[in-house]
Design a binder for this molecule. Structure first.
Ligand code: PEP
Length: 247
């Protein structure tokens, strides 16, 4: 299974900046077997990023958010078919900023996952606990509740979902879980899927939260960690190249 390096650009890099970023990154980036690079630009830059990377089969472009309906009176929203038409082959769902800043509920997350499956767009379901939940020993219970968004899906559908474990207290803070702490949660996530008929080897679990060039090697040395989802360091072409080239 490929190692995945996913970059969540958040609300950074409009089309012009995206083009400049890719020019710098792609000039120095070399394809390596067994490695995929997934880029999640803001919606307005999807087409640009898809166009600039169209000759690079191992680079997958995704959107940061979708609505669950295909069309309708939902001002400001983006449907899965629209994102797909603009070049998205993947989408983040349930990112902690969607949950905690924009009030996205478990039910919203569940509907988004189903819309993505319906349209064969890869769903990257983000899960993670807040610091008080970790300190109260509730990490696994919180993650399992968030995985409830996948309830009722059969093993085939479940095997298509990529999970990103992103402890909320580690996102954009410079603090990250130790590789051993992350691996422990990754094991619990894998166990949840295995109990529902998915072979552990068919599952991809990424780690996210202040991943940087100086901690990537230690994280990837942990066999439970199949790749990373990176925010801040993914919009700096130099840092991103170092992260991606760590494998
Ligand atoms: C993220 O937004 O998914 C993320 C992990 O951010 P950062 O790498 O900046 O902590």
């Amino acid at each position: 299974m490929s190692r995945i390096f996913a970059g969540n650009w958040k609300m950074h890099l409009g089309p012009e900046e995206a083009r400049a970023f890719l020019k710098s990154f792609l000039a120095r980036y070399r394809r390596v077997t067994g490695r995929e690079v997934w880029l999640f630009p803001p919606a307005v830059s999807l087409e640009t990023v898809a166009r600039e990377t169209r000759d690079r089969a191992e680079i997958i472009v995704g959107t940061q958010n979708v609505h669950w309906d295909d069309k309708g009176a939902f001002t400001g929203e983006l449907s899965v078919p629209m994102a797909k038409e603009a070049g998205a082959r993947a989408a983040l769902v349930g990112h902690s900023e969607r949950r905690h800043v924009f009030g996205e509920t478990e039910d919203d997350t569940a509907k988004k996952v189903r819309a993505l499956l319906r349209h064969q767009v890869k769903a990257v379901l983000c899960v993670g606990e807040m610091i008080d939940q970790r300190e109260a020993g509730q990490t696994v219970a919180v993650i399992e509740r968030q995985l409830g968004a996948l309830a009722g899906l059969d093993a085939n559908a479940l095997a298509d979902i990529t999970i990103a474990y992103e402890p909320v207290w580690a996102i954009g803070t410079g603090r990250n879980a130790t590789p051993a702490d992350a691996a422990q949660v990754h094991r619990a996530i894998r166990a949840w899927f295995v109990a529902r008929g998915v072979a552990a080897r068919n599952l991809t679990v990424l780690y996210g939260g202040s991943v940087k060039p100086d901690n990537i090697a230690a994280l990837l040395a942990e066999p439970e960690i199949d790749g990373v989802l990176v925010g801040g360091a993914s919009i700096d072409a130099g840092a991103w190249l170092e992260i991606v080239n760590s494998r």
